[in-house]
Every structure is written in structure tokens, then in C-alpha cells.
Design a protein around this ligand. Structure first.
Ligand code: GRF
Length: 194
């Protein structure tokens, strides 16, 4: 099973996914691509021997379709079976998403359906939630709304600010995403609940 991973920044989730795809894991990483040529994750992926590509979305101002057409080139050349969005910070058009319907995953730093979109940790704290966490879901045209493939929960602690909670959730992201990809790549869509 061929896995392509899309990133926008440091790629800490991508690193965990790549490192997990060894031995008897049914999947292998075939591409790491970014919308930012300066993304730190690109050098980290290359250091792990994974082919990389970058398409700068700033080269396509107000032209989301043009950016996606450019991104599709290295993506389709890699011929992935599964695409993992991992810290990928661009919204994809329905047309792009539909091309990979049922085989594009995303990790979102909240317990969906709570807090789709941005600033998830600040919102959980402001709401006085006792728990927060992260969700891996299938990507559908509606932002952060597809079927849940896994969730991990953490406590919100007194005195938490968004950074403290983000750090606590990120540790769980790094556990959850590899576990979900292993199960999904084996054809099992049973949600992973950590
Ligand atoms: C993190 O905030 C994480 O919660 C979200 O994307 C951001 C960067 O992740 N998934 P990564 O380190 O680039 O994987």
C-alpha cells in the first residue's frame, strides 16, 4: 500500500507515520509533499529517504484550482493508494477531495465534531472543557467533518494555556495517527479509540 503525506510545516506527525511504516506494516511512504517549499518537514522526510515535492501556494494567488493542479502532478506520479494530511494547512476543493474519496485521511487537533477549524485548544479552554484531544477522520468536502477513524483524549488541566494543551494533544496525535494508518491500510475502518 502506497502512502503519500501532505504537510505544511515541521511534519512531526509525518515523521511518526514514516517511521512506523516498516517491517510487517502493509504500507510504505512514497511521497511527502508540501504547499511550502520551506517546510521543515521536507528535509526531515528526505533524511528518512522519502521522495519529496513542494508546490508553493503563493505562486497561485486566488487560484486554488491552479495550485491543486500543480500539486496533483507529483502526487499522481507517486501513484498513492492513501493520502495522509498531516499538519497540512490548506483547504482543498471538493473536486480535489472527491478524487481521493474514501482514501484521504486528516488529523485534526480536537475531539470532532467539536471545534472544526482553527484555534481548537483555545476554544476548548475557553469553553471550560474537562477533556480535549485529536481526531483522525476521512476527508470529505466539508471541512473537518468526515467519518471518524480514531480519537485520543487528554485532560484539560487547571492553568492550561493553548500551548500547554497543544503540546499534550500533540503527543497523542503522534500515537493515534500511526495506529489509525496501520488499521486503515489493512482494510479495517474500525475507529481507534485511545
Ligand atoms: C499541529 O498543531 C497539529 O496539532 C496539527 O498540525 C500542526 C502541525 O503538525 N495536526 P505537524 O507537526 O506539522 O505534524
Amino acid at each position: 500500500t502506497r502512502v503519500a503525506i501532505l504537510i505544511s510545516g515541521g511534519g512531526s506527525n509525518m515523521i511518526r507515520l514514516v517511521r512506523d511504516m516498516t517491517g510487517d506494516h502493509p504500507a510504505r511512504p512514497v511521497l511527502v509533499a508540501s504547499n511550502d517549499p520551506q517546510a521543515g518537514g521536507l528535509a526531515r522526510a528526505a533524511a528518512l529517504g522519502v521522495p519529496t515535492a513542494a508546490v508553493d501556494h503563493r505562486d497561485f494567488p486566488r487560484d486554488r484550482a491552479g495550485f491543486e493542479a500543480a500539486l496533483l502532478q507529483p502526487l499522481l506520479a507517486a501513484d498513492p493508494d492513501i493520502i495522509c494530511l498531516a499538519g497540512f494547512m490548506r483547504i482543498l476543493t471538493p473536486a480535489f477531495v472527491q478524487r481521493f474519496a474514501g482514501r484521504m485521511l486528516n488529523i485534526h487537533p480536537s475531539l470532532l465534531p467539536k471545534y472544526p477549524g482553527l484555534a481548537t485548544h483555545a476554544r476548548a479552554i475557553a469553553a471550560g472543557d474537562a477533556q480535549a484531544g485529536c481526531t483522525v477522520h476521512l476527508v470529505t468536502p466539508e471541512l473537518d467533518a468526515g467519518p471518524v477513524l480514531g480519537q485520543a483524549r487528554v485532560p484539560v488541566l487547571p492553568g492550561d494555556d493553548a500551548d500547554a494543551l497543544a503540546a499534550r494533544v500533540l503527543v497523542q496525535e503522534h500515537r493515534l495517527y500511526p495506529a489509525v494508518l496501520r488499521r486503515f491500510a489493512a482494510g479495517d475502518h474500525t475507529p481507534v479509540m485511545l
